[in-house]
Design a binder for this molecule. Structure first.
Ligand code: ADP
Ligand code: MG
Length: 271
């Protein structure tokens, strides 16, 4: 389905991604279900979710709180096992980012980033050079010797991004990474993340409950419904980059998605 009215000009509604445009997949999620607990206390969190993320693609996963977004990311990261179905990561090394940067407070910015490489056995000279490069990439070159408490929340998330890339990650799994930031800082981080994505060619699977944020960032927005989480719809975002979260185009596309989300909720009953 393609929206032809003015409101939907920035997105294209499809039931499936256009296969012809999809190169090698970096993430394959195939009929994945997840049930927590057993028997009487079983919580079905995901129900037959299938999703492919192409190499270099930026996919945003949106849905209400509790719909299974974190569960799905954890399965992709290999932190937990699916009850049914298959998860593959042909795109290579994955790294996770969360709302909390989770830096070691007693280590400097540079050492926090370096530690990821040290644990992988990378030699000291190579590590140092790479840390400098990564801190430049996230515009924190002059903060290498600071400690986390001396940084703002946005800067700490940029350190976390540098640390994720230090693990030679080719796939970034981001679980509401900017959820705790104020709007201005978050906008800035959107620009930064988009630039890093473009410059490094990494694949991004980005989870948010903020539909506008998803439209601001994603090549594609995948909508999950609740209890259990199912893929309800996919939207190809066709508005040119860089997008502004406050732009009428992003707002219109987001409201179309929200309308669809409402319909889905109405159809499946309230939760
Ligand atoms: P989201 O990230 O979209 O907010 P989650 O993936 O955290 O959703 O949770 C999906 C559902 O699974 C929720 O109903 C939640 O309560 C449940 N859930 C998540 N983790 C566990 C767990 N470890 N044990 C039992 N239930 C869980
Ligand atoms: Mg979550």
């Amino acid at each position: 389905m393609t929206i032809t009215d003015q409101r939907g000009a920035a997105i294209d509604l499809r039931t499936a991604p256009p296969e012809t445009m999809a190169p090698q997949p970096a993430i394959v999620i195939d009929g994945v279900s997840k049930v927590y607990g057993h028997a009487g206390a079983a919580v079905p969190a995901l129900d037959r979710v299938s999703l492919r993320v192409a190499e270099g693609e930026f996919v945003c996963l949106v849905g209400a709180s509790g719909c299974g977004k974190s569960t799905l990311l954890n399965l992709v990261a290999g932190l937990d096992r699916a009850s049914h179905g298959r998860v593959e990561r042909p795109g290579g090394q994955v790294a996770m980012m969360f709302q909390d940067a989770a830096l070691f407070p007693w280590l400097t910015v540079a050492r926090n980033v370096e530690l990821a490489m040290q644990l992988q056995g990378v030699g000291r000279a190579v590590r140092r050079a790479r840390v400098a490069e990564l801190l430049e990439l996230v515009h924190l070159g002059s903060f290498a010797d600071k400690r986390p408490h001396e940084l703002s929340g946005g800067m700490r998330q940029r350190v976390a991004l540098a640390r994720a890339l230090a693990q030679e990650a080719r796939v970034l799994l981001m679980d509401e990474p900017f959820g705790a930031l104020d709007a201005i800082t978050r906008d800035l981080l959107h620009d930064e993340l988009e630039r890093v994505w473009r410059e490094t060619g990494v694949t991004v699977l980005f989870v948010t409950h903020n539909v506008r944020e998803a439209v601001r960032l994603g090549d594609r927005v995948v909508l999950l419904t609740s209890r259990p989480g199912r893929v309800a719809a996919e939207f190809q975002v066709t508005a040119p980059r860089p997008r502004r979260i406050e732009s009428p185009e992003v707002a219109a596309a987001a409201s179309t998605i929200v309308d669809q989300l409402r319909e889905e909720v109405a159809r499946h009953g309230r939760h």
